[in-house]
Design a protein around this ligand. Structure first.
Ligand code: ASP
Ligand code: MG
Length: 440
């Protein structure tokens, strides 16, 4: 059994969906196909939800109508026969009736989750109609019947395994299963989700649950690249990397893979492949326990970072200082990404400043607190790079004109991170492309 997950752009146009259908019948291995919503849909649903939260029903109504028109156009090109078109139309009517009904009820967080779930429900059902029209046998298995999260939003892998096995058992004669990414049911039994971009996470959880031979993540680029292709001219796809390297890159900015999707695959030892629907023959990137090589493999950048420096002479020769500082962040459920210390100060970074005012207030009794917003973490990732000769020298040579605010070295043997003002990000990535990879 293998997992094939297709992202929003891979199903975002009728002709792309047709390509997906071709890809899933290419081999005979039983498979679970996990789909995202059509590209742009979840964003539109978020906007609809926001309008409703602001009690702006008129705007919400217009947004719902615009989205509905988009789907009407979509199905005209998706299917050919009258029968298929009628089924597709009734699916759209069903889901948009729901959206029109919610215009009349009062907004709540539970309703918001229901709204966000419509994208994946629509994409999978429409895809199923197309497969039926093409005579491709399959079974649509609802993610809401097996994908569950607990009170801390953690997926319940044990129960997912059992429920999914039962569902698959019910369709013993089938080898192609279609399901929704992203959506789940929470501890209260309500519709919920695995957070934005969570379809990758769904795929990897499903892969773990069925002990899949591989978890294929199909996007619109031929794998993880050595640098951000939107920022630098020449980048190359990485053929092989370890789960650790992938986790660092996904967490520190490589957009291709949701960071949470690494652990289930890693823990249950399922290889992950990043593949390109626009170029199915391309090798892509293989992620397993093995890194395949040593040395620098890629750089990634993560924006929206806030740096906090706490300076205190009380830290001098004292113990327990860091624990007290960390406790404040823990209390406010804010995770720390980078940290550097000196004898009289500590600098750290966070990527979520929702609770920053409260955190600062509690830090102030410890010493002077300085905050810098709009920072970017640039991570240099590669197996054993901290043991690789000359990496630091190449790094500092390349970045001699960049104002580096923090450096984190040795936290793991495959990551070196630096903090810079966001305004220097493009220049930094370009300089590193030349300095570390010899590319333009
Ligand atoms: N459709 C969801 C989103 O846009 C989940 C996903 O595509 O991964 O966030
Ligand atoms: Mg994605």
């Amino acid at each position: 059994m293998k997992i094939m997950k297709f992202g929003g752009t891979s199903v975002g146009k009728p002709e792309r969906m047709h390509e997906v259908a071709k890809l899933i019948v290419k081999d005979k291995e039983p498979k679970i196909v996990v789909l995202s919503a059509l590209s742009g849909t979840t964003n539109s649903l978020v906007e609809i939800s926001n309008s409703l939260a602001n009690a702006d029903r008129n705007t919400a109504k217009q947004q719902i109508e615009a989205l509905e028109a988009h789907y009407q156009n979509f199905i005209e090109k998706l299917v050919k026969t009258e029968v298929a078109l009628a089924s597709a139309k009734s699916i759209i009517t069903e889901h948009f009736e729901f959206l029109h009904i919610i215009l009349k009820i009062s907004f709540s967080e539970a309703l918001n989750k229901d709204i966000l779930a419509q994208g994946e429900l629509l994409s999978t059902k429409l895809f199923s109609v197309y497969l039926t029209e093409q005579g491709i046998e399959h079974a649509l298995i609802p993610a809401l019947d097996f994908m569950t999260i607990d009170n801390d939003d953690e997926p319940q892998i044990g129960s997912i395994k059992v429920k999914l096995a039962q569902l698959l058992q019910r369709h013993k004669d089938r080898t192609i299963f279609i399901t929704q990414g992203f959506i789940s049911r929470n501890a209260k039994g309500e519709v919920d989700n695995l957070k934005r971009g969570g379809s990758d996470y769904s795929a990897s959880l499903i892969a773990a649950a069925v002990n899949a031979s591989v978890c294929e993540i199909w996007t619109d680029i031929d794998g993880m690249h050595n640098n951000d292709p939107r920022v630098v001219k020449k980048t190359v796809a990485i053929e092989q990397m370890s789960f650790e390297e992938a986790a660092e890159l996904a967490y520190f900015g490589a957009k291709i893979l949701h960071p949470a999707s690494i652990w289930p695959a890693q823990f249950y030892k399922v290889p992950v492949k990043l593949l390109n629907t626009l170029q199915p023959e391309a090798r892509g990137t293989l992620i397993t326990e093995l890194a395949g090589s040593v040395g620098v493999k890629a750089v990634a950048a993560k924006d929206g970072i806030t740096a906090i420096k706490i300076k205190s002479s009380r830290m001098l020769l004292a113990y327990g200082f860091l624990r007290k500082i960390f406790e404040i962040f823990e209390k406010h459920r804010t995770s720390i990404d980078m940290i550097t210390t000196s004898e009289v100060g500590v600098s750290l970074t966070i990527d979520n400043d929702t609770n920053l005012p409260a955190i600062i207030q509690e830090l102030e009794p410890f010493g002077s607190v300085e905050v810098d917003v709009n920072q970017t973490i640039v991570s240099i990732v590669g197996n054993e790079i901290t043991e690789t000769k000359d990496v630091m020298q190449q790094l500092f040579n390349a970045l001699k004109d960049i104002p580096i605010r923090m450096v984190s070295y040795g936290g793991s043997s495959h990551n070196i991170s630096i903090l810079i003002p966001k305004s220097f990000k493009v220049q930094t990535l370009q300089l590193l492309n030349v300095g570390l990879f010899g590319l333009e």
